[in-house]
Design a protein around this ligand. Sequence first.
Ligand code: GLN
Length: 452
Amino acid sequence: AHLDRIDAVDPKVHAYLHVDRDGALAQAAEADRRRSAGEDVAALTGVPIAVKDVVTTKGLPTTAGSRILQGWIPPYDATLVTRLKQAGMPILGKTNMDEFAMGSSTEHSAYGPTRNPWDLERIPGGSGGGSAAAVGAHLAPLAIGTDTGGSIRQPASVTGTVGAKPTYGGVSRYGLIALASSLDQAGPCTRTVLDSALLHEVIGGHDPMDSTSIDAPVPPVVEAARRADVTGLRIGIVRELTGDGYAPDVQRRFDEAVALLTDRGAEIVEVSCPHFEQALAAYYLILPSEASSNLAKFDAMRYGLRVGPEGVERPSAEQVMAATRDAGFGDEVKRRIILGTYALSAGYYDAYYGQAQKVRTLVARDFAAAFEQADVLVSPTAPTTAFKLGDKLDDPMAMYRNDIATIPANLAGIPGLSVPAGLGDDGLPVGFQVLAPATRDELMYGVGAALE
Ligand code: GLN
C-alpha cells in the first residue's frame, strides 16, 4: 500500500530519491513468513520504513543529496540499517535531503527540493525534509533522520510530525556519512511519540563500531511514552528561546501546550540560558570546521563522481580532484568548506574555532544549571511555520537563524524531541520542543506523549 501511494503522490512531494520496490516486498514477505512461523518477532516487524539518504545502505544508492556521490552503491550497511533489517522492517527507499545535511529547507539537494505535504509551495524543513514529508504524507509510517543542528526536529515541526534526536551516542553513527562528527545523531521521524520510542529501541544501544556510542542499555523510552505522565515534573521554559524572534501564533501555540502540561500536573518554572545567544555563531564555526575535514575524503578517487578538467590532456591527480569537487559540490557545501578551512587555519584557529569551543562549554554549563531547576526544558521548535520555497535560499544568515532553538541541544549532546502543537494562523503546523538531560531520553518521550 505504501509503495502504491508513493507512486501516486511522490511525483508531487518528491520525498524519495530512490524507491526499492523489489527489496521492500521481499523483506515484507520474509517478515510475514517469520510471523506465520510463530517466530518471536519485534513490535515493528513488517512495518516499512524510509531512510534518509545520508545513511549507507548496502546495495542501494546513497548520495547524501550530493552530485559527488551520484552512482555510488555502498558495500555495507550502517549499524542502524542492520538493526532495522534484524527487526524485519522493510526499507521502502532513501529520502531526499539538503546536500550532506547542510540546510533547513531541503532546497540544497542536488536532486531538486522536497515539498511540504501541507502546502506544496512551502519547504518541508531540512536537512531531513524528505523523511519528514514522507511520514507526513503517509508515504511511509516511519522514517530515519539525522540531526546535527535540528535536521530531525525542525522538519518534524513544519510538517506536523514527531521527530526525536536521542542523546549523542545513543544511536550508532557507524555508516552515517559524517557532517560534523561531534554533533551528528540519527533518530526517528514518526507520526506519534510512541512510534518514535519503539523505533528508538530498535536502532539504539551500544555499537563497538562507533567509539562515541554509549555503552549502556537504551533508556526506558517505550515505557515512558506509554505512561505519558507529567505529574510533579518540573518543566522549564527557556527564557532565551521564547518571545522576541518567534512568530506570535507560534508563541501562542507554545503557551497553550505549556498550559496543557500544567493541567496534567506538571510544575512550570522559568530558566535562563544566557549563552544561547552565542550558540548559533559557535555552531556555524564548529560545524563547518568538522565538515571541511570530513568532506576531504571526496577526492574523486574513492567514491562516486570523477571529472577530468576541461582541455587538459593528462591531468594531475590534484587537477582531477579540484575539477571533481568543483562540479560535485553545491554552493552551500562549498561555502561551509571554505568557512571551515579558514576557521581551522594557523593564526585563525584560536580566534574562531577555539573561541567557538569555549562557547560550546558555556552552553553545556547553561544546560547543567537549568537542569538543576527543571527536569526537562521546553521551547518552540522553530521560530515560524514552514516558509515558502525560495524565501531564504539567497540569504544564508536567514536560513541559519531558523536553527536558533534546535542547535543548543547538539552542542551539549542532550536529547530533544519535537511534537505537533496545533496550527498557526496560516493553517500550518507548529512544533513544540522538549529537551532532557543526557541519557534521560525517556523524560522527553513522557512529556511529548502527554501532549498527544
Ligand atoms: N540546519 C542546520 C544546518 O544547516 C542543521 C543541519 C543538520 O541537523 N543536519 O547545519
